[in-house]
Design a protein around this ligand. Sequence first.
Ligand code: ADP
Ligand code: MG
Length: 568
Amino acid sequence: AAVEAEQELTDGFHLVIDALKLNGIETIYGVPGIPITDLGRMAQAEGIRVVSFRHEQNAGNAAAIAGFLTKKPGVCLTVSAPGFLNGLTALANATTNCFPMILISGSSEREIVDLQQGDYEEMDQLAIAKPLCKAAFRVLHAADIGIGVARAIRAAVSGRPGGVYLDLPAKLFSQVMDAAEGEKSLVKVIDAAPEQLPSPAAIKRALDVLKSAKKPLIILGKGAAYAQADEEIRSLIETSGIPFLPMSMAKGILPDTHPLSAGAARSTVLKDSDVVLLIGARLNWLLSHGKGKTWGDAPKKFIQVDIEPKEMDSNVEIAAPLVGDIGSVVAALNQGIKSGWQAPPSEWTEAINARKEVNISKMTQRLLKNSSPMDFHSALGALKQVIKERPDAILVNEGANTLDLARGVIDMYQPRKRLDVGTWGVMGIGMGFAVGAAVETGKPVLAVEGDSAFGFSGMEVETICRYNLPVTVVIFNNNGIYRGTDTDPTGRDPGTTVFVPDSRYDKMMEAFGGVGYHVTTPDELKRAVDEAMDSGKPTLINAVIDPAAGSESGNIGSLNPQSVVKKK
Ligand code: ADP
Ligand code: MG
């Protein structure tokens, strides 16, 4: 017995922390509670940065964007049942967007859950998580924690990145085992996201198609931003002379002001191009599924670079599939165009430039108004200037009109600086992404939020103040969803899409010790943002926008079903 007492022990709590640390996980985003409160405390004591949120969905979104920014899985920690479900929304969103993330949730006693005997927060979490993520695992024995964490990490970042669920029942945390045995049970993941080289035949096929083009176009998606192959991509575009179109979160891989950017001629190049090279972009709804009016009548050939073989032919035929990681594939393409490459015909690039000029000058007119109340364009004109002067700041953006117009107006100059609603077009990522981006990069964050979008994560302004993060939130406050002008035809209630008029969101920030501004002109807005970003203090700017200024659902109003029956 005396010998046993001297034996050094470890337990589930410490093994989880040691396994994460061994694999370079430096931050946990979460919300404390039974059964993971002590896990968070101990992780903090062991030097992991633990960022506690007010709602799990926002913690999950922070973890997801950490994954996008770093290529390491972002970790989110939640309690069981409701906390798990809140985190699951973010996990599903991460999976949809191909961001590596691990949701770790505590869970109730298996014996009771499986017999459905009514445990505290009873829920079969593993089964519920499975269809919504890339992989889901549960660990029942302390000795398996090392393997469980390793599997979660590898599943999240290898191949197409995505969300992984790791279920840790309450009982696991206090299980003890010999400390030395415990240490031996840990697994360091070697080469978690292996290179995947394209075959030489596939590269040749793609180059042949590309060389046949008269009107080639390169579309960069957020997979290209994620891949961190910035120099290879720049070299491919500049050497080939092929115009490029960035998807929203790919803006800045090359500056939007680059002479080969076709961003301001988007509809023209989609219609008129004859060969399209997709790099880390899917032909989903955001690209009209690669067919129909958007893409014009001229025959089109697609070359697609993606790590996920199943992505090929998902919507239209891919003439030259390039399955592999973007860094390796683009390097091979660069090798192939080193000699004997001919720049695209000048008629093509000149036509694009002419269209760009017309569109840019039209836009510039609309940005210059220094009116009060502001409309979206005049307010965005001020913010466009802010990012031009602070190109290393991170822009978080969500809303309807606030999103669609900002995407077009605000030029980006550096990769992975624009973080937005992504593949689902989901509202609610704002404050989670802002916190995650500030924590991971240490850079100033400018979050440009519709008043409605902000509401989904607004309570996290307390988190921003508590951790004293350099986040400036600008609320485009037009009193409601899309517009602030709806009324209830019966006269009983406010219209269904309006909020309390003339709300002062800036007071929310002040309530927690941050700085608030209330602005009504573009000049005031610019001054307030500059002060905020110079100071680095948590700031919220309530920017008053004309309640009549927005359009229904921003750019995607056509997705609203229409009633064909008019009630008398
Ligand atoms: P966007 O919305 O910007 O068009 P998507 O999310 O639709 O971008 O597409 C991103 C694509 O990038 C996904 O199909 C994903 O499989 C792919 N991808 C992500 N990382 C890599 C990588 N390192 N190499 C190759 N493809 C990748
Ligand atoms: Mg609004």
